[in-house]
Write a protein that binds this ligand. Structure first.
Ligand code: FAD
Length: 396
């Protein structure tokens, strides 16, 4: 059986994996990233919406090969059509874009390769292997159709929402049904949209437990999707039916043609109590780090990937694998408050009726919000509708 040996093995070639591989390699560790699909980033299962302000912190240069459509802001639309327009000023210049996710993921993998990481596609981790002290020693895998063993001192689980690495390492990443969003999305052409804005539609259209989105990819095309938490779903195929109903209600979308469809799940929960154990680290969706309000997880996969990769690289550099335990402290210091705050806000939002969504969005759209923050939103809503903010007072 083919055997390989590396300092750090990264399982999964998404944004979290490629970023972890890049930063570990930059620290001088020998790194292999494996990806079970035969092409990084493909097929795409993503709305492809991101904000841009943070990319440079990770050395990512904006490039037209993957950055296909810039937007000026977002519109948040209530069930009766009240609209909150979030512009660049309110969002602290955190304006967004729609990307070609396959090209974006490939660009991140190329950055990892340039930093010195090896990459193997069509290679799937099948189980973890352990040394006699029960520290991870690598994985058993299928490498291009053949069994193989990849030995490593550190294994980074970047294997996405359906992650197995955490479970194999004894880390419970099980989510409650209300913390799983199931999504269905069409790529539509020939629609009549304001391509300067992405749209988020709230309320019973997504059974109150999610939202429908329109992320423009050009003047007459967009990713049009809908996500709903699993606890709201009574029958199979419901996200698709809800999305079809949403499109039916919007003539500007209904006139378009569907050229592609995707389905997939994302965590809208919070990370497990531990994300490092016996030489195994979890990043991105594998560690349930997607934002609970939007279900967006690309940025947090990259944030956690950097921290994990750097920490693993340092552990190799100083010859002390226990150093990777610092990852827990480091990502929590940077990201945990934000993840919990958004999860609590999501848990409140899913309890709102259509009338309350109307009240909330109309109050916000009438207010002159300078800088969109949870604090400011709550202040405005408190003035107009104190009952709505009662449960959220702890944020203030
Ligand atoms: C329909 C939908 C729409 C979304 N829209 C957005 C959006 O608009 N914006 C946003 O920010 N986020 C969005 N997300 C979430 C976003 O896609 C994820 O949060 C992000 O991809 C997480 O990155 P990751 O690297 O952690 O995992 P992933 O990108 O999921 O990468 C994991 C990789 O691991 C590989 N893998 C799994 N198991 C193994 C194994 N055993 N061996 C080897 N390889 C393995 C997989 O093939 C995959 O390539 C959306 C998700 C869905 C489902």
């Amino acid at each position: 059986m083919k055997e390989m040996e590396y300092d750090v093995l990264v399982v999964g070639g998404g944004p979290g994996g490629s970023t972890a591989a890049r930063y570990a390699a930059e620290k001088g560790a020998s790194v292999l990233m494996i990806e079970k699909r035969q092409e990084i980033g493909s097929p795409v299962r993503c709305g492809e919406g991101i904000s841009l302000g943070w990319l440079e912190d990770y050395g990512i240069k904006e490039d037209e090969s993957w950055l296909i459509h810039r937007i000026d802001g977002a519109k948040v639309v209530s069930p009766s059509g009240f609209t909150l327009e979030i512009n660049a000023k309110m969002a602290g210049n955190e304006v967004g874009a729609t990307i070609r996710r396959d090209f974006f993921d490939q660009m991140l993998a190329e950055m990892a390769a340039r930093a010195g990481a090896d990459i193997m596609v069509k290679t799937s981790a099948r189980s973890l292997i352990w040394d006699d002290k029960h520290n991870v020693a690598g994985v058993k895998a299928r490498c291009n159709g053949e069994d193989c063993i990849i030995k490593a001192k550190v294994v980074i689980g970047a294997d996405g929402f359906e992650s197995q690495i955490g479970r194999w390492a004894g880390i419970s990443t099980v989510l409650k049904q209300g913390d799983i969003a199931t999504n269905f999305q069409y790529h539509m052409i020939g629609i009549d949209i304001d391509a300067r804005f992405s749209e988020f539609h709230l309320g019973s259209i997504a059974k109150g437990g999610g939202y429908a989105w329109v992320f423009p990819k050009g003047e007459d095309e967009a990713n049009v999707g809908l996500g709903v938490t699993l606890d709201m779903i009574k029958q199979g195929g419901e996200p698709k039916r809800l999305l079809d109903r949403f499109i039916d209600k919007h003539p500007e979308l209904k006139k378009g043609k569907i050229v592609e469809q995707v389905a997939g799940a994302v965590s809208v929960g919070v990370p497990p109590d531990i994300t490092v154990k016996n030489g195994v680290m979890l990043v991105g969706d594998a560690a349930r780090m997607a934002d609970a309000i939007t279900g967006g997880g690309i940025r947090n996969a990259i944030r956690s990937g950097k921290i994990a990769g750097e920490t693993a690289g340092e552990a190799i550099e100083i010859g002390d694998i226990s150093h990777i335990n610092l990852y827990e402290k480091r990502w929590r210091a940077e990201m945990e408050d934000e993840l919990y705050r958004d999860w609590m806000a999501k848990n409140k939002l899913v309890t709102l009726s259509d009338e309350e969504f109307d009240d909330l969005i109309s109050a916000l759209s009438e207010a002159d919000i300078e800088n969109l923050s949870v604090y400011e939103i709550l202040e405005v809503v408190k003035e107009k509708n104190p009952k709505l903010v009662e449960d959220l007072m702890s944020f203030l």
